[in-house]
Design a protein around this ligand. Structure first.
Ligand SMILES: NC(=O)C1=CN([C@@H]2O[C@H](COP(=O)(O)OP(=O)(O)OC[C@H]3O[C@@H](n4cnc5c(N)ncnc54)[C@H](OP(=O)(O)O)[C@@H]3O)[C@@H](O)[C@H]2O)C=CC1
Ligand SMILES: O=C1O[C@H](COP(=O)(O)O)[C@@H](O)[C@H](O)[C@H]1O
Length: 597
C-alpha cells in the first residue's frame, strides 16, 4: 500500500518512513540477481507482479533481463525484492537472471504533461498539487512539467499563469519563494491541437530535449473535456510516449455518461493504451478520510464486528456544496448531479465502506472486493430516487441565481442539481440495510460525510430516559470527509450529577486538534500514486462497468420520462422529497438532525 509508507514529516508514523530525498538519491548501483519467475507468466507479467505486491520502503530501480530486454522500472522492498522461491514449486518456476540498476537520477527522468493546462482544473488543482509534491521532495530529482493546450502561451506566460495558484500549503513555510521559482523553472509549455498527431510529435521533440537522452518515464494528465480524451490519447500514445520507460495516462472524469458511452470510451482508450497504463481518477478516493476508511475498519477490533446488518441500521453518504454550478453549467447540464457525484464519488466510498476484507492491500485485491460489492447491488430504481434543481433566491439583501439563470444552461433544463437515492446491497452482510445517498449544489453548507446509524440497544435499560425519541438514542458514527476532517461517535452518556439524566455526546477525533499538520490535497496523493504506479485508488474498468450498470437504467428512465426536479431555493437544505425518501426506509438524515449542524 503506497501512502502509509511514505515519509510522514512530523506525524506520529515517522518511524515507518524513509527520507524523501533518499528515495531519489543520486547514486548508480548495479546488482545482478537470479530470480524465480512463475512458469507461463512471462517476465513482464512477473515484473508487474512485483510491482503490485510492493510493500515496505520504496526504491526506484531499472530492470534489465538477462537477454538484454528492457523492463519497466519498479519499486522494490529494501531487501531487493519480493520473490519467494520457496513459494513456488520447482516445476512451477523458471530461473531468470536480471540486472537491477539503481540509477535513479542519472538513469531516468520523469516528464509530466498536463493536457488542458489552460483550464480550470489544471490551474486550481494539478499544478498546485505538483508544486506541493515538489516542495515536500516527493518528485524524483530529475523531472519536467509540460503544459499542453491550444491557447498560445510562452513558457513564461504559463509560469505566470500557474504561479498565481501555487501556494505553500502552510503559511510562512521556509524557502517557499525559492522553491516556487525552482519549480517554475521546470515548467514548460507547448501549444497544440488535441487531435493533431503532428503537434504531439513536436511535444515529443521538446520532451526529448529536456530528457537529454536519459531513460524517460512519461505521465500525461488529461485535464480536458471528455469528448477530447481519445484524440489526446491517440496523439500522446502514437507520437509522444516513452520508448523505453513507462507511459501512463491519468484520465479525469466523467468516464462516459452511461454504460454504453463508458464502454465505448474504454474500448477507444484501449486501442492505444493497456489497462495498466490507464489511471481513471476519482479524486474522492484520494481524500484523507476516505483513505482512512479501511484503516478504521480493518485495524480496529471495535468496528469490524459491528460492520453488518446485525448492528447497522443504515448508512448515509452525503455531499453538499454551498455554491452552484457557477462557470461549469455547460458541462454540468449534460451530466447532472447523479453522474457528477453519485455514480462515482459516493459510490466509490460506498464500495470501500461495504467491501469484504481484501486478501491483501494490493490494488487488485482491493479492487476485486469493491467490484464484488458493486455487482451485488440492486439496480437503482426510479422510485428510490428523488431529484431537485436550485432556483434563484434573495437573502440578506443579496440575490442568488437559479441554475437555469446560467446563460450556458437551457431555460427549460430538467437537469438535477440535487438528488437523493436509496441503494441496497444484496449480500449476506448488508441484506436490507439502506445505503442512502444525497448530493446537491447550492445548499446551505459545504460538506461531505459518511454517517453510520446503528440499531437500538435491545431491551435498553435506560429506555425511559429517551422518551419517544428512540431513533435519537442510537449510536451514530460520522466520518467527516470535509471540511474540518473528523471522526466522531455519538454515544449516550450520563450527565454528571446526582440525577440520572442522559445526553448525547461525541467521542471526537478532530483532525486539526490531533494532527496539527496540513492535510495533503487529494490530487497530491493521486498524482504521486500514478507516478509510483500504485493503482489502488484508481478505477479499474470492471468497477466502472459495474457502477454504470447500477445507474444507467434509472438515468435513462429519468430522461425518457422527463421527470421534473423539485425546485429548492439556493442556499436551502434541499427538496423535502429527500425526507420522504428517507422516511420510506424509516431513516432520518443525520446531517439534518440538528445535533451537529
Ligand atoms: N474543474 C473542476 O473542478 C473539475 C473538473 N473535472 C474534469 O477535469 C477535466 C478538465 O476540467 P476543467 O479544467 O474544468 O475543464 P475546462 O473546461 O477548463 O477545459 C480545460 C481546457 O480544455 C480546453 N477546452 C475546453 N473546452 C474545449 C472544447 N470544447 N474543445 C477543445 N478544447 C477545449 C481548453 O483549453 P484550450 O482552449 O487552451 O485548448 C481548456 O482550458 C474535465 O474532464 C472535467 O470534467 C473533474 C473534477 C473537477
Ligand atoms: O468531481 C467533482 O467534484 C467537485 C467537488 O470536489 P471537492 O473536492 O471540492 O469536494 C464538484 O464541485 C464538481 O462538480 C465535480 O465534478
Amino acid at each position: 500500500m503506497a501512502s502509509h509508507l511514505r515519509p510522514a514529516g512530523s506525524s506520529s508514523s515517522a518511524n515507518l518512513s524513509s527520507s524523501p530525498s533518499s528515495a531519489f538519491k543520486n547514486e548508480t548501483k548495479v546488482v545482478s540477481r537470479l530470480v524465480s519467475v512463475p512458469r507461463k507468466s512471462g517476465l513482464s507479467t512477473w515484473v508487474a507482479g512485483i510491482h503490485s505486491r510492493m510493500q515496505g520502503r520504496r526504491r526506484h530501480v531499472q530492470l534489465h533481463s538477462s537477454n538484454g530486454h528492457h523492463l519497466n522500472p519498479v519499486p522494490l522492498q529494501d531487501d531487493g525484492g519480493l520473490v519467494s522461491r520457496e513459494a513456488m514449486k520447482p516445476q512451477e518456476r523458471d530461473e531468470v537472471s536480471i540486472h537491477i540498476s539503481e540509477d535513479e537520477t542519472e538513469g531516468s527522468t520523469l516528464s509530466i504533461t498536463v493536457v488542458g493546462a489552460s483550464g480550470d482544473l489544471a490551474k486550481k488543482k494539478i499544478f498546485p498539487a505538483l508544486f506541493a509534491l515538489y516542495y515536500e521532495d516527493w518528485l524524483p530529482k530529475d523531472f519536467t512539467v509540460f503544459g499542453y493546450a491550444r491557447t498560445m502561451l510562452t513558457d513564461e506566460e504559463l509560469r505566470n499563469m500557474i504561479s498565481r495558484t501555487l501556494t505553500c500549503r502552510i503559511d510562512q513555510r521556509a524557502n517557499c519563494e525559492d522553491k516556487m521559482n525552482q519549480f517554475l523553472k521546470r515548467c514548460f509549455y507547448h501549444a497544440g491541437q488535441y487531435d493533431s498527431e503532428e503537434d504531439f510529435r513536436e511535444l515529443d521533440k521538446k520532451l526529448k530535449e529536456k530528457e537529454a537522452g536519459k531513460l524517460s518515464n512519461r505521465l500525461f494528465y488529461l485535464s480536458v473535456p471528455p469528448n477530447i480524451f481519445v484524440d489526446v490519447v491517440r496523439g500522446a500514445s502514437l507520437r509522444a510516449s516513452s520508448v523505453y520507460g513507462w507511459t501512463r495516462v491519468i484520465v479525469e472524469k466523467p468516464f462516459g455518461r452511461d454504460s454504453e458511452s463508458s464502454g465505448e470510451l474504454t474500448r477507444c482508450l484501449k486501442q492505444y493504451l493497456s489497462e495498466d497504463q490507464i489511471f481513471r481518477i476519482d479524486h474522492y478516493l484520494g481524500k484523507e478520510l476516505v483513505e482512512n476508511l479501511s484503516v478504521l475498519r480493518f485495524s480496529n477490533l471495535v468496528f469490524e464486528p459491528l460492520w453488518s446488518r446485525t448492528c447497522i441500521r443504515n448508512v448515509q453518504l452525503i455531499f453538499s456544496e454551498d455554491f452552484g454550478t457557477e462557470g461549469r453549467g455547460g458541462y454540468f447540464d449534460n451530466y447532472g448531479i447523479i453522474r457528477d457525484i453519485m455514480q462515482n464519488h459516493l459510490l466509490q466510498i460506498l464500495a470501500l465502506f461495504a467491501m469484504e476484507s481484501p486478501v491483501s492491500l494490493d490494488a487488485e485485491d482491493i479492487r476485486n472486493e469493491k467490484v464484488k460489492v458493486l455487482r451485488s447491488m440492486k439496480k437503482l430504481e426510479l422510485e428510490d430516487v428523488i431529484i431537485g434543481q436550485y432556483k434563484g433566491h434573495n437573502k440578506g439583501g443579496k440575490s442568488y441565481p437559479g441554475y437555469t439563470d446560467d446563460p450556458t444552461v437551457p431555460n427549460d433544463s430538467l437537469t438535477p442539481t440535487f438528488a437523493a437515492a436509496a441503494l441496497f446491497i444484496n449480500n449476506a452482510r448488508w441484506d436490507g440495510v439502506p445505503f442512502l445517498m444525497k448530493a446537491g449544489k447550492a445548499l446551505h453548507t459545504r460538506r461531505a460525510e459518511i454517517r453510520v446509524q446503528f440499531r437500538h440497544v435491545p431491551g435498553n435499560l435506560y429506555r425511559q430516559n429517551f422518551g419517544t425519541h428512540l431513533d435519537k438514542a442510537t449510536n451514530e458514527l460520522v466520518l467527516r470527509v470535509q471540511p474540518d476532517e473528523a471522526i466522531y461517535l455519538k454515544i449516550n452518556n450520563k450527565v454528571p450529577g446526582l440525577e440520572m439524566r442522559l445526553d448525547r455526546s461525541d467521542l471526537n477525533l478532530l483532525y486539526r486538534a490531533r494532527y496539527p499538520r496540513e492535510i495533503p490535497d487529494a490530487y497530491e496523493r493521486l498524482l504521486l500514486d500514478a507516478i509510483e504506479g500504485e493503482r489502488r485508488l484508481f478505477i479499474r474498468s470492471d468497477e466502472l462497468d459495474a457502477a454504470w450498470s447500477l445507474f444507467t437504467p434509472m438515468l435513462n428512465e429519468l430522461e425518457y420520462k422527463k421527470i421534473a426536479p423539485e425546485l429548492y431555493p439556493y442556499g436551502s437544505r434541499g427538496p423535502v422529497g429527500a425526507h420522504y425518501l428517507a422516511a420510506k426506509y424509516n431513516v432520518r438524515w443525520g446531517d439534518l438532525s440538528g445535533d451537529d449542524d
